[in-house]
Design a protein around this ligand. Structure first.
Ligand SMILES: Nc1nc2c(ncn2[C@@H]2O[C@H](COP(=O)(O)OP(=O)(O)O)[C@@H](O)[C@H]2O)c(=O)[nH]1
Ligand SMILES: Nc1ncnc2c1ncn2[C@@H]1O[C@H](COP(=O)(O)OP(=O)(O)O)[C@@H](O)[C@H]1O
Length: 206
């Protein structure tokens, strides 16, 4: 009997589109899905917990992890590093459990290279105007950075073709429902393939 591997889901999209918001809402429910906690060099914000929100690392520690090949992908974002622990993702998938990543676009493209069998979901803004409003309202970036983010967003949106699914984040609840529907549909697809595979084996043996 061949042990089935888990599925790797990747939620990505331009800065400010609502990745963090959608992911948090998605995980408010009990799901059969493991969230991969990222490593970061950014400071811990009030209310955040080490090992829950992120694993907080110094720049030196992070660079060592990169050198030792401990990260499945990593990227720099607003002067800080962010990265996905390779071992956790690989071991969890080997166990047959599904893993969910919420990462920015550069990182998602690295995962695509190293793990093309992943399911890539691109979160899309209702409009560029709304994307700008969200970045401004979030209030974490200066005016200059907002303009930079928007310019980057245009380039990032061009990479949309590399993704398996596109979800418009108009209402958070609707976007979450769509992500859940994608997960369910991928499960059904996997079950169907497993059944067909089993049938082929049985036919060959009979
Ligand atoms: N490449 C990559 N990006 C990540 C990772 N973890 C988080 N991010 C992204 O880093 C960006 C900044 O995250 P964060 O500092 O938590 O701020 P916020 O989500 O903008 O409030 C977001 O776009 C996240 O999706 C990771 O492991 N790898
Ligand atoms: N569907 C939505 N409608 C309105 N505002 C949203 C929606 N999704 C997210 N936001 C808001 O947009 C801002 C950016 O969201 P965030 O989750 O930080 O984006 P990202 O993680 O993609 O950078 C936040 O202030 C958040 O509350």
């Amino acid at each position: 009997m061949i042990k089935e591997k888990g599925i790797l889901f990747i939620l990505s999209g331009p800065s400010g589109v609502g990745k963090g918001t959608v992911r948090k809402k998605l995980f408010e429910e009990e799901l059969d899905l493991q969230y991969s906690i990222s490593m970061t060099t950014r400071d811990r914000r009030t209310g955040e917990v080490d090992g829950v929100d992120y694993f907080y690392k110094s720049r030196e520690e992070f660079e060592k992890l990169v050198k030792e090949g401990e990260l499945l992908e990593y990227a720099q974002y607003v002067n800080n590093y962010y990265g996905t622990p390779r071992k956790y993702v690989e071991e969890t998938i080997e166990k047959g459990l599904d893993v969910f990543l919420e990462i920015e676009v550069q990182g998602a493209m690295q995962v695509k290279k190293n793990f093309p069998q992943g399911v890539f979901i691109f979160l899309f803004p209702p409009s560029l105007e709304e994307l700008k409003n969200r970045i401004v309202n979030r209030g974490t970036e200066s005016q200059e950075l907002v303009l930079n983010r928007l310019k980057e967003a245009r380039n990032e949106i061009e990479m949309m073709d590399a993704y398996d699914y596109v979800v418009v984040n108009d209402q958070v609840e609707t976007a979450v429902d769509k992500v859940k529907a994608i997960i369910k549909s991928e499960h059904l697809k996997r079950e169907r393939i497993a059944k067909q595979y089993k049938q082929i084996l049985e036919d060959e043996l009979s």
